[in-house]
Write a protein that binds this ligand. Structure first.
Ligand SMILES: Nc1nc2c(ncn2[C@@H]2O[C@H](COP(=O)(O)OP(=O)(O)OP(=O)(O)O)[C@@H](O)[C@H]2O)c(=O)[nH]1
Ligand SMILES: [Mg+2]
Length: 303
């Protein structure tokens, strides 16, 4: 072991919060330099807290990606928002991601109010600055600064990584003197089975539309590693209705074939091993009412 790391003493937790679709997961992936948390153009992509670990010199930062915070109406939504709020409790610092083009949305007002109530200060990452005219950015930043919840404001582009290094530098300076919580090689503490299920869920989010992605959950049911390094993975895509099963499978199975190919490719890349992925689509009518499915996703079932 490198002696420099034995002396390493700075470590802390940074929660990434904000409204749905602001770019939180994209930012987490940039922070740790690897794709860990799934990303899509749709709202409510992330369902649970994802911890990603980054090392910057002698500092280890545990980033916590959270589901978007919004006015939850259904049980699954409520569990997601609860999970995001629990991320606040764990954190030494909070990075609040806001879509600069959307400005302060009703969802943002909800989160800002929560921060005000709890007397919590956050670092604002005004994201997607590539989508807005430069001269609109300063008045927006000024308006936000006057809300008295943001200690600092950074203008970034999570997707290209532009200016993300400034934000990292600032966070490193704020981390407390503390022994590292994780090993040098660790990227996350999420089990591989769950990460593999998330990858397949991402493909469903990217390829299928309307309510369907919100009505599915993916479960890794089988995981077998062979001596030659190959891995066999079996997953179930749970849908809520028979009609949805037909859509996920597609005519002559073309849809499920694409989902399988893309998920298999990404899981193999993550594992750095050849992967054989087998998918089954199952109608599980009321999975959203069953606590066991929430546990499998790392969520608590709302009371
Ligand atoms: N133009 C642009 N798009 C971005 C940027 N950062 C993220 N995006 C896009 O914004 C969309 C949402 O990104 P996510 O990272 O999934 O957002 P999120 O906040 O994690 O969303 P939820 O998990 O649903 O709350 C994706 O299509 C990203 O590619 C950016 O800097 N510029
Ligand atoms: Mg996300």
């Amino acid at each position: 072991m490198n002696t420099k790391h034995k002396e390493a003493k700075k470590c802390g937790f940074v929660a990434i919060i904000g409204a749905p679709n602001a770019g939180k997961s994209t930012l987490l992936n940039k922070f740790i330099g690897q794709k860990l948390s799934i990303v899509s153009h749709k709202v409510q992509t992330t369902r649970n807290r994802i911890r990603g670990i980054g090392i910057f010199g002698d500092t280890q930062i545990v980033f916590i990606d959270t589901p978007g915070i919004f006015n939850a109406k259904q049980k699954l939504e409520e569990a997601m928002v609860d999970s995001a709020l629990a991320g606040l409790e764990e954190a030494d610092e909070i990075v609040y991601v806001m879509d600069a083009k959307k400005g302060v949305s009703p969802d943002d007002l909800l989160v800002i109010e929560i921060l005000q109530q709890r007397d919590i200060k956050a670092i604002l990452a005004l994201n997607k600055t590539d989508t807005i005219k430069k001269d609109l950015l300063l008045p927006l930043a000024e308006k936000l600064f006057n809300m008295s919840v943001f200690s600092d404001i950074f203008m970034i582009q999570a997707k290209s990584g532009d200016s993300v290094d400034h934000l990292i530098h600032h966070l490193v300076g704020l981390m407390p003197e503390e022994a590292w919580h994780y090993g040098e090689e660790d990227i996350t503490d999420i089990p591989m089975r769950l990460l593999a299920a998330e990858i397949t869920r991402e493909k469903v989010f990217l390829m299928l539309h309307e309510e369907l992605p919100y009505d599915i959950t993916v479960e890794t049911e089988e995981w077998e590693s062979f001596d030659n390094g190959e891995i066999r993975i079996g997953q179930i895509i749970h849908v809520a209705k028979e009609s949805q099963k037909k859509i996920v499978i597609g005519g002559k199975g073309h849809q499920i074939k694409k989902i399988r190919e893309r998920a298999q490719r990404d899981i193999a890349e993550m594992m750095a091993s050849p992967v054989h992925l087998f998918l089954e689509v199952k109608v599980t009518k009321d999975w959203k009412e069953k606590p066991s499915y929430y546990r499998a996703m790392g969520l608590s079932f709302p009371k």
